[in-house]
Write a protein that binds this ligand. Structure first.
Ligand code: CA
Length: 561
């Protein structure tokens, strides 16, 4: 880790010397605040310098290969809607491979693939076979090629592991059902005759969340839907099979798993779920010590903290993401000091609570995912707020997650398929997938245009994300730091918080309002403006010890050397 820090410092210096594009700028750390007011503007940046910037950035991104570094910038991919390679209209693994250069350019260091296993549904959260690839997505050879191509680029890969339930056509369930059907009336099932009969919860009595096996008087627990029978974590044979599944994929080079519906393993019984997560963490890391696990626990921050007692590496930070999370609520209250001031204190509070439960935790912030809709819609398609939301997510500690299309401000809400629309690569819509999920509503026009249109626009959401990720990757304290509110600077509509880590310290300032702010840094003479990010042409600048922070702008201070 120390080696990584020193190399990062070196590369950061290179990056700072050559400057950055207009929106996200990284400044010279050795320059005192009093004299570092002038930013390098893109108009002053010579092409040669731009090339050197690119080289420095790519070297920083390559550092992501360090096996002990689980702090990454992840990108959630719904393969179905991402990119189609063979013209059948549905995205596939080869399509993902074809877009890896794009993801690397964006600064992404990990991808989360939503379920890729055979399934009877378009979303594939009802798995038919944990050890295979859905033919619509490609072959095992395609998967091996994807892993190899990702690792060549320093990009890790985690798979969505759905272990709360299987599909009702999984061989475990089918075998158990056939066995039950074969029993003479009134005979109790015997696990030694059919082990799979105890992999699920069968009963002769119906109950809430149970479905009936057609033509029998048998029922089974299926809380989500009849084609998703709930699994029994109390069965040791099932756990052995789960271990074998993880072994299979980890031995293929997969870097970890996203654990679906971890709160529902035993619905309503959190202490039992905590035990399952402990077992999964221990088992996975027993197979591959640097395995990365991130669990879905869709609940309050107190509950997330409780689940961190399992020792699991990461849990999605729902209290900050989604339309009801802290980031959106603060952005909706932009311009109100009483709201803005709560952001830094909320970051500190959550960090302390999670860290107290698991001192090795790595937060997993996100704005949107396939279940909750898209961030641009949460902030009424306001471009400045859509951009700042991206920075708020990416400047949180931990492993930040970006949902595909978020980096171009796609919108998507309503039914689930509409949250999972084809990636909007270009206006002609001929460079991705042409067969959307069933019942998916696709906007006639997206508010901020396609990726193709945004790439060449310095002021686009895409270029904002790119620069925000570059800053995140260049200043490791942003992702690694313990977060505390910087009370002295956390005033008015400026949110200020400090990150403290073995890899350095920084202070992040965000103006969460549509009016410019001035921040008195006279008590921060030993700090310097290291990076800045803005939603338009007006960037943060120092005037003596006064920091001018334009509307919705971000500044990062680091200790002067
Ligand atoms: Ca295809």
């Amino acid at each position: 880790m120390r080696r990584v820090a020193s190399v990062l410092c070196l590369l950061l210096s290179v990056l700072i010397l050559v400057g950055c594009a207009r929106q996200g700028q990284i400044e010279h750390p050795a320059t005192a605040p009093e004299s570092s007011g002038a930013a390098v503007d893109s108009q002053e940046t010579q092409p040669q310098e731009a090339e050197r910037t690119e080289q420095a950035l790519s070297e920083i991104r390559a550092l992501g290969q360090s096996p002990d570094d689980l702090y990454r910038t992840w990108y959630e991919i719904f393969v179905y809607s991402f990119c189609d390679s063979d013209g059948d209209g549905i995205g596939d693994l080869k399509g993902v491979i074809s877009k890896l250069d794009y993801l690397q350019e964006l600064g992404i260091t990990g991808i989360w693939l939503m379920p890729i296993h055979p399934s009877t549904t378009y979303h594939k959260y009802n798995v038919s076979d944990y050890d295979a690839i859905d033919p619509a997505y490609g072959t095992m050879e395609d998967f091996d090629a994807l892993i190899s191509a990702c690792h060549d680029r320093g990009i890790h890969v985690i798979l969505d592991l759905v272990l709360n339930h299987t599909g009702s056509d999984h061989v475990w369930f089918r075998t158990a059902v056939e066995y039950l059907k074969s029993l003479p009336a009134g005979t109790a099932p015997n696990e030694s005759d059919c082990p799979y009969v105890d992999y699920y919860f069968f009963s002769n009595e119906s109950a809430t969340g149970y479905a009936q096996i057609p033509g029998t008087d048998w029922y089974y627990e299926a809380q989500f839907s009849a084609d998703m029978p709930d699994l029994n974590w109390g069965n040791e044979g099932f756990r052995a099979d789960v271990k074998a599944v993880m072994e299979f994929w980890l031995n293929k080079g997969v870097d970890g798993f996203r654990l679906d519906a971890a709160k529902e393993f035993y619905s309503g019984r959190s202490s039992m779920n905590v035990e399952v997560l402990s077992w999964l963490q221990e088992t996975a890391c027993g197979i591959k010590p640097d395995c990365y696990l991130v669990a879905e626990v869709w609940d309050s921050f107190q509950t997330v903290a409780e689940y961190y007692q399992s020792g699991i590496t990461s849990i999605f930070n729902y209290p900050f993401g989604d339309s009801t999370g802290k980031i959106v609520s603060v952005l909706r209250g932009a311009g109100q000091p009483s709201v803005v001031s709560t952001y830094a204190t909320a970051l500190e509070k959550a960090d302390k609570a999670y860290r107290a439960a698991n001192s090795n935790y790595i937060d997993a912030p996100f704005l949107s995912n396939h279940d909750v809709g898209r961030i641009a819609g949460f902030v009424s398609k306001d471009e400045a707020k859509t951009k700042l939301a991206g920075a708020m997510n990416l400047f949180m500690s931990g492993s930040a997650f970006v949902y595909y299309g978020e980096e171009i401000g796609m919108v998507g809400s309503g039914n689930d398929p509409s949250k999972r629309a084809p990636m909007y690569w270009n206006a002609a819509r001929d460079n991705g997938t042409t067969n959307p999920p069933p019942d998916c509503t696709i906007p006639d026009e997206y508010p901020f245009g396609s990726l193709e249109e945004q790439v060449t626009d310095d002021g686009s959401i895409y270029n904002y994300y790119r620069q925000a990720i570059a800053i995140r990757n260049a200043i490791p304290a942003i992702s690694h730091g313990q977060t505390t509110a910087e009370t002295q600077l956390n005033t008015g509509c400026v949110s200020a918080f400090r990150k403290t880590s073995d890899l350095g310290t920084c202070i992040v300032l965000m103006n969460i309002s549509d009016e410019a702010a001035e921040v008195d840094l006279s008590a921060y003479a030993d700090w310097t403006l290291a990076a800045k990010l803005s939603v338009n042409d007006r960037t943060a600048a120092l005037d003596g010890t006064l920091l001018n922070l334009p509307a919705y702008a971000v500044a990062v201070l680091v200790p002067a050397q």
